[in-house]
Design a protein around this ligand. Structure first.
Ligand code: 5GP
Length: 207
């Protein structure tokens, strides 16, 4: 871990089925010092999910108490459930130099940008087309036809906010999308604001 570098928040937004999961896994495998922020949610745990790994699952009352205590740096209601990012864990990770991936919706992306503008890099992941997204959701075999239609309507809403992002990755060919998102992370790490502490100590030695 590079203590002389402050980490940044990599906000990934995409409609359900847009490929956020695969791109996140790619980054975690290929890039050092990057971690995934585990959100807290009130939605029921799905088969195959692990508490503390995919989400922290809490009751609605508990979540509302946490809102009140300002435990979240951002939170939103999606699909009738609450989702939020822990303020304390995120700030602690950034301070020691981790870059942190947030898989959140456009409402959360807006809130976090407003709170920590210099620390946020927002990438909107855009599926190559409506039919392709529908096909991916169907192939995934996770949802009923009714839920898929609901997700498609929400996809249109999520995508209408693409212009609020700093970068856009069209997830057409997966390999290319992986390379593009990796390139964004690597370039963002070299921004002078993020390098300042390290470079200042280096340059000071030149007298
Ligand atoms: P799912 O229930 O399918 O895991 O997630 C549903 C939606 O909630 C996704 O669009 C996901 O990005 C969003 N989401 C997950 N965690 C958070 C969070 O902490 N904050 C916000 N604002 N959205 C989240």
């Amino acid at each position: 871990m590079d203590q002389l570098k402050r980490g940044f928040v990599l906000v990934l937004t995409a409609p359900s089925g847009g490929g956020k999961g695969v791109l996140t896994r790619h980054l975690m495998e290929r890039v050092a010092d990057i971690r995934f922020s585990v959100s807290t949610t009130t939605r029921p745990i799905r088969p195959g999910e692990v508490d503390g790994l995919h989400y922290y699952y809490v009751e609605k009352e508990q979540f509302e108490k946490m809102i009140h205590e300002e435990a979240f740096v951002e939170w939103a209601e999606v699909f009738g459930n609450y989702y939020g990012t822990s303020r304390h864990a995120l700030l602690a990770d950034l301070e020691v130099g981790w870059d942190v991936i947030l898989d959140i919706d456009w409402q959360g992306a807006r809130q976090i940008r407003a709170q920590m503008p210099g620390d946020v890099v927002h990438v909107a992941i855009v599926p190559p087309g409506r039919e392709e997204l529908h096909r991916r959701l169907t192939l995934r075999g996770q949802d009923s036809q009714e839920v898929i239609e609901k997700r498609m309507a929400l996809a249109a809403q999520e995508l209408s906010h693409w212009n609020e992002a700093d970068y856009v990755v069209v997830n057409d060919r997966l390999e290319q999308a992986c390379q593009e998102i990796e390139a964004i992370v690597r370039a963002e790490r070299l921004k002078k604001e993020r390098m300042a502490r390290r470079i200042e100590s280096l340059v000071a030695r030149f007298g």
